[in-house]
Design a protein around this ligand. Structure first.
Ligand code: ATP
Ligand code: MG
Ligand code: FE
Length: 336
């Protein structure tokens, strides 16, 4: 079974082909980061224009890399949402054109389901499991009792973890996207600055990062007003410690309460070294629980993860009509 996946929800134009749900035979990512850097974030209009320019080239490159023809494919999977509507539309329209031209089934995929399924390219999934999703737009704990079934047991009430990383980086005058820069700085500093942790109500699996973000910004401004400087590496280390402590503590509690045998890490912030180390410390060697963490290239946006999730959705019989539209606010639980 060969599934071609297309991902254009944000600033990566990506196409991949997956064999039998787990084996990458082509994986092409055209990143636009350089074009958005000078604006300090993703500019939707620019993103759409890049996707239009790149999509045909990237599809062709994936087909060549896999050494396949279109009639050897079994389905076209595409990110339906969530994401930037203009960006999503380019991928959705390309997928519809391919499905129509080559008479192939069209499979709609939720972008976060894709991030979660990046893990299946590393290890076979064992249910029930929990996924800790930490990306630019999402921070969630997702419980899965079986393939293609997603139950959000906790999520952020304000900023996503990646968003907080990017805003803190901006305060420290680091380039976009700031996550990797904070991660690197944090490893050079020590967590000497006292910052808040948002635990929320007892028993809650929800998250909140806007208070932490504001505390970092206030710390910087107060120091500036007093004519002092704060070592950016110590501030980065303190911020990162707060984020990781909350994520790991809640993940541990959820693993115990839900009695899962596997915990997956997903989303762009899964590339964070501090978080990866903390999760390894928390779960590796613990009896009855397996930790799966994808390689860095499968953590940030890519289409291999979309094809991997698409393969499962395809087997479940999920299909989209050729009237499929992009859905920037798509809910992950509607696929259950
Ligand atoms: P979503 O998946 O929620 O729609 P997105 O696709 O924009 O959002 P991703 O591509 O999954 O987000 O992740 C991008 C985010 O990951 C950015 O906020 C970036 O700063 C962050 N990030 C990448 N590498 C690291 C790292 N090493 N440490 C912390 N954050 C990181
Ligand atoms: Mg991106
Ligand atoms: Fe993403």
């Amino acid at each position: 079974q060969y599934i071609l996946g297309i991902e254009t929800s944000c600033d990566e134009t990506a196409v991949a082909i997956i064999k039998n749900g787990r084996e990458i035979v082509a994986n092409v990512v055209a990143s636009q980061i350089e074009s958005h850097k000078r604006f300090g974030g993703v500019v939707p209009e620019i993103a759409s224009r890049h996707h239009v320019e790149q999509i045909t080239i990237v599809i062709e490159e994936a087909i060549n890399q896999a050494n396949l023809t279109f009639n050897e494919l079994d389905a076209i999977a595409v990110t339906e949402g969530p994401g930037l509507v203009g960006a999503l539309l380019i991928g959705v329209n390309a997928a519809k054109a391919l499905a129509f031209a080559h008479n192939l089934p069209l499979v709609p995929v939720h972008h976060i389901a894709g991030h979660i399924y990046a893990n299946r390219l590393v290890s076979e999934l064992k249910f029930p499991l929990l996924a800790l999703v930490v990306s630019g737009g999402h921070t969630e704990l997702v419980y899965m009792k079986e393939h293609g079934h997603f139950e959000v047991i906790g999520e952020t009430r304000d900023d996503a973890a990646g968003e907080a990383y990017d805003k803190v980086a901006r305060t420290l005058n680091l380039p976009y996207p700031g996550g990797p820069h904070i991660d690197r700085l944090a490893q050079e500093g020590s967590p000497t600055i006292d910052l808040p942790r948002a635990w929320l109500e007892e028993g809650s699996y929800d998250f909140s990062f806007s208070g932490l973000k504001s505390a970092v910004i206030n710390t910087v401004h107060n120091a500036e007003q007093r004519g002092e400087t704060i070592a950016p590496q110590d501030l980065a280390a303190s911020f990162q410690e707060s984020v990781i402590e909350v994520l790991v503590t809640k993940a541990k509690r959820a693993v115990a309460e839900y009695g899962v045998g596997q915990i997956l890490l997903a989303g762009g912030v899964a590339a964070n070294k501090g978080l990866r180390n903390a999760l390894e410390k928390a779960f590796v060697g613990q009896e009855g629980i397996e930790l799966v963490i994808p390689p860095l290239s499968l953590c940030t946006d890519n289409a291999a993860m979309i094809a991997a999730a698409g393969s499962v959705m395809f087997e479940k019989g999920i299909r989209a009509e050729l009237s499929l539209n992009a859905n920037p606010g798509l809910d992950i639980e509607i696929f259950n």
